[in-house]
Design a protein around this ligand. Structure first.
Ligand code: ZN
Length: 465
């Protein structure tokens, strides 16, 4: 992707008079007016040891770190120990969530149908081995199933109009033993039932072509028997933790009560070692913590790594939900690092939830302009833990290289794809932006508070209907 030239950037507080207040962030300035490099940047840049970041990624990415597993717990313990080795007071914040493990066996057979049906399971679908006569129930709406007796039957349903979960529940309410949902477009369904429910019956999806072929036989008056067999799915309450390291202001007299936070997620998706996603952000958070520990700072710093991000920002949402109103007001901003080191991804961008500038993005744009002569572009993006902060009114942004690497969420997301140059670049931009906000010489303006706003779960996209 070609970068758009950006002619103006928001002025960093470090170059402004702090008494101007929040509006200073919205004031555009010529790039030429931005100092090429500041002495305070050197305090961060000269101390970054990219090998520390790289080595921690290497250690963390030896196995997948799926939320709620022993491997995630080992990563949590490791991250905590690193923070403590730098001298941080470090806490684990425990939280529970409903975890789901996909089945190992997903089988479907339909009498008289010879082709490979290649059935797919749905997230939150449960085990079962059921056989029955196949009955087509259209889209499976309440109106369509009303009065039908599906006792002992398998319902064949077309995708569309209502959620997958509602189709399953409507069919089950009429006595169906199992459900087959066929697509209404090309391709396979990557579907979720949205959450657990004891009333579900075993359900699989098939392609439109397979569904239409079976439907044609039914319409010819044939009686077909179908068997749905699902094994190995597992759901239940699981435990994960966020890791939180805190550094109080070192400026006892003039320090403010403000908080600046940096974080990443330590969990990965199943099967993926998650070197870039997101051992890179976790390890960069650790290195920035190590550097900022020894620098004078007049705001509270929090370094955090979150669990269960891949399941829908669960850890960070829990963290945000536990903040008191008073604490939320103290937050100046949150810098999120998610996928910051892939050699095979595109250029760095700053994701804000609404695509607008805020105190986090403006400081990073200013620091990238100082360091590299060009501000890192802002793009709207809501696929990581910065969303949880935005939702409670805390300015936040996430740092990521786009376009994504081909190894994203695959077993190939490994240490050999990590670029030390990219790690160095992001660590410099984010480290100096944060330091600009927290250095004692710079009493920046208060945070620009966003409005509380609910946004849907959009991470790890799956179809719900
Ligand atoms: Zn991630």
């Amino acid at each position: 992707m070609k970068k758009k030239p950006i002619l103006t950037i928001a002025l960093a507080a470090g170059l402004a008079v702090s008494s101007l207040g929040a509006q200073v962030y919205a004031k555009p300035v010529d790039l030429q007016q931005v100092q090429p490099f500041n002495v305070f940047d050197n305090k961060v840049v000269n101390n970054i040891n990219v090998d520390n970041i790289y080595n921690n990624i290497e250690y963390l990415s030896r196995t997948p770190r799926v939320a709620g597993t022993v491997e995630e717990q080992n990563a949590i313990k490791y991250v905590k120990e690193q923070f403590e080795s730098y001298g941080y007071e470090t806490k684990l914040q425990e939280f529970q969530f409903y975890g789901y493990t996909a089945p190992t066996t997903v089988e479907l057979s339909v009498d008289g149908y010879e082709g490979n049906l290649e059935p797919k399971s749905f997230t939150y679908g449960m085990d079962g081995d059921v056989t029955g006569e196949l009955v087509f129930i259209g889209l499976g709406t309440k109106a369509e199933v009303e009065g039908l007796d599906l006792t002992g039957k398998i319902a064949l349903v077309e995708r569309g109009a209502i959620s997958f979960a509602d189709k399953v529940l409507n069919a089950a309410a009429q006595g169906a033993e199992g459900v087959i949902i066929f697509n209404n477009a090309d391709g396979v369904i990557n579907g979720t039932l949205g959450g657990p429910n004891d009333a579900y019956v075993p359900v699989v999806s098939i392609t439109r072509d397979a569904g239409q072929a079976i439907l044609a036989d039914l319409n010819n008056g044939e009686t077909l028997t179908a068997t749905v067999n699902i094994e190995g799915a597992e759901g239940g309450i699981r435990t994960s933790h966020n890791v939180i390291a805190t550094k109080a202001s070192t400026n006892k007299n003039k320090g403010t009560n403000d908080i600046v936070a940096i974080g990443a997620h330590h969990d990965s998706v199943p099967g993926a070692p998650g070197a870039n996603d997101d051992a890179s952000g976790t390890s960069m958070t650790l290195e920035l913590a190590r550097i900022l520990k020894d620098l004078p700072t007049d705001k509270e710093l929090r370094f955090m790594t979150f669990g269960a991000e891949e399941l829908g920002l669960i850890g960070s949402r829990y963290y945000a939900s536990q903040l008191s109103e008073e604490e939320k007001k103290r937050f100046v901003g949150y810098f999120n690092l998610d996928m910051v080191g892939s050699r095979d991804a595109g250029d760095l961008v700053i994701n804000t939830v609404d695509g607008n500038d805020n105190v986090v993005s403006s400081h990073a744009q200013a620091s990238s302009a100082r360091l590299n002569g060009e501000p890192t572009p802002i793009q709207p993006g809501r696929s990581s833990d910065h969303v949880s902060f935005y939702e409670v009114g805390i300015p936040s942004a996430s740092f990521i290289h786009r376009a994504l690497e081909p190894w994203y969420h695959t077993p190939e997301d490994t240490i050999d794809k990590i670029s030390k140059e990219k790690l160095q670049d992001v660590a410099e931009i984010v480290g100096t932006a944060v330091y600009d906000l927290v250095r004692p010489e710079n009493h920046g303006p208060e945070a620009v508070k966003g409005k509380e706003q609910k946004v849907p779960h959009l991470y790890h996209e799956q179809d719900i209907q």
